[in-house]
Design a binder for this molecule. Structure first.
Ligand code: SF4
Ligand code: SF4
Length: 353
C-alpha cells in the first residue's frame, strides 16, 4: 500500500465534482461486516444459493477493503412522461434507471477521474479498479463510506437524489495524505437506526405488486419484477397479472417513495438513450437476436440481459395492455420453441380474446 501525499480527499472530491457527479465521498479501510452478515442471513433463508454466496464473499475478500475508495452518485432522474402510448401504438415501459445508459456514463466519468489520479500519483492503470453495476458490493461499500443510507426498499437513499441515482466507485491501492476514514455512515445515521430516512413510512413495502420486499431492506430477487425482467425465469400467472405494461425494470417501490418526490437534479447525457417506453408492436416482430441488436449500447443491451426475457416481457405487457390489435403478432409465439415465450403467449392471447 502506497502512502501518497500527492493526492488528498479534497482533491479526489474535486475531481468527482468536475466530472459532474451529484454526490461523492471518500473513505478508506472499509469493513463490510453488515454486508457479510446480510449474505449469511440471505443464505440461511434460502434467498441465496451456496455458489452465489461463495462467489460474493470471495469477490469482496479479494479486495479486502484496504486502500481508498471514491464513491459517486449520478442522478438517473428525468422530468419526462412514463408512457408514450398514443392512439396508434401501445408502448411497453422502461424503468427510469435504464432509459439512458447511466452506468456507462458514470464509468466513463470515473475513468477520466482515474486518469487524472494516475497523472498525479504514478499509479498504473491496472492498480485501480472502477466498479459500477458489477459483482463488487457497491451498495454496501457506498453505504459504509457514507454516500447514503438504506431505505426499506433495499436501495440507498440520499437527500435531494432520493433513490434515483446510480452508484460508481473507484478503488485506489493507496493511503491518502489526510487518511480519509469510513466515517460517513455514523455521521448520517445519528442513532436513528438503519432506516433513518424512512422513519414510520412503509410505502414501498405496501406498494410492491409482488411482495418482493419481504422485510424492511430485504429483497427477494426471485419475486422482484425488475430482477426477473432481465432473466429467463419462469413467471407464474399471478405474477403476469401484476406485471402491467413493463418491458424492462420496475419502479413502483421508488415511485411511491417520498424522497423521490420533487427531485430537480438530472444528468445531461443521451448515452444509450432508449426513452421512457417502446412500441410493443416493434418488439413483437423481432426474434431474440434482433432484440439484442436493437438495444446494443443501452442498459438493456448488457450481456446478461436476455433477448428472450425482453420478448417474454413484451408478450406479457401486450396481454395486460388490453390492445387487441396486438393479437396477430402474439399468435406466432404460440408455436415458439422457447417454453417461456409459448406459455406467456398462451396467457396473453387468453387475456386479450
Ligand atoms: S422493483 Fe418492483 S417488484 Fe421489485 S421490489 Fe420494487 S416494486 Fe417490488
Ligand atoms: S418508500 Fe418510505 S419506507 Fe420505502 S424507502 Fe422510501 S421512505 Fe423508506
Amino acid at each position: 500500500m502506497n502512502s501518497n501525499s500527492l493526492i488528498s480527499t479534497e482533491c479526489l472530491l474535486e475531481l468527482a465534482w468536475q466530472e459532474g457527479f451529484h454526490r461523492a465521498v471518500v473513505a478508506s479501510n472499509i469493513e463490510l461486516e453488515d454486508y457479510l452478515s446480510r449474505l449469511d442471513s440471505l443464505k440461511e433463508e434460502g434467498l441465496l444459493d451456496d455458489v452465489e454466496y461463495e462467489s460474493l464473499v470471495r469477490e469482496w475478500q479479494e479486495l479486502g477493503g484496504r486502500g481508498t475508495f471514491l464513491l459517486c452518485a449520478l442522478s438517473c432522474y428525468r422530468d419526462e412522461p412514463d408512457d408514450l402510448t398514443d392512439d396508434n401504438e401501445t408502448h411497453g415501459l422502461i424503468a427510469p434507471f435504464a432509459r439512458r445508459n447511466y452506468y456507462r456514463e458514470a464509468v466513463s466519468r470515473l475513468k477520466r477521474v482515474f486518469g487524472k489520479v494516475r497523472e498525479r500519483t504514478g499509479l498504473r492503470k491496472r492498480d485501480g479498479r472502477i466498479f459500477c453495476n458489477s459483482r463488487l458490493p457497491e451498495k454496501p461499500i457506498a453505504r459504509e463510506a457514507g454516500l447514503g443510507v438504506y431505505g426499506k426498499n433495499s436501495l440507498l437513499l440520499i437527500r435531494g437524489l432520493g433513490s434515483m441515482f446510480v452508484i460508481a466507485g473507484l478503488y485506489l491501492p493507496l493511503e491518502l495524505a489526510d487518511k480519509a476514514g469510513p466515517t460517513g455512515r455514523k455521521a448520517i445515521e445519528t442513532g436513528n437506526g438503519t432506516f433513518s430516512l424512512c422513519k414510520g413510512c412503509n410505502a414501498c413495502m405496501d406498494a410492491c405488486p409482488t411482495g418482493a420486499i419481504v422485510m424492511p431492506g430485504i429483497l427477494n430477487e426471485k419475486l422482484c419484477i425488475s430482477y426477473i425482467s432481465a432473466r429467463e425465469v419462469p413467471i407464474p400467472d399471478y405474477m403476469r397479472e401484476k406485471w402491467g405494461k413493463r418491458l424492462y425494470g420496475c419502479q413502483t417501490c421508488q415511485d411511491v417513495c417520498p424522497h423521490n418526490a420533487n427531485l430537480l437534479v438530472a444528468t445531461d447525457t443521451r448515452r444509450g438513450e432508449i426513452g421512457p417506453s417502446v412500441p410493443l408492436k416493434r418488439i413483437l416482430q423481432m426474434d431474440r437476436k434482433e432484440v439484442k441488436e436493437m438495444f446494443k449500447g443501452t442498459q438493456m443491451g448488457l450481456s446478461w440481459v436476455s433477448g428472450v426475457a425482453i420478448l417474454r416481457n413484451a408478450i406479457i405487457a401486450s396481454g395486460n395492455s388490453g390492445d387487441r390489435r396486438l393479437l396477430p403478432l402474439l399468435f406466432r409465439f404460440l408455436e415458439s420453441k422457447e417454453k417461456t415465450l409459448r406459455e406467456s403467449a398462451e396467457w396473453a392471447v387468453r387475456i386479450l380474446k
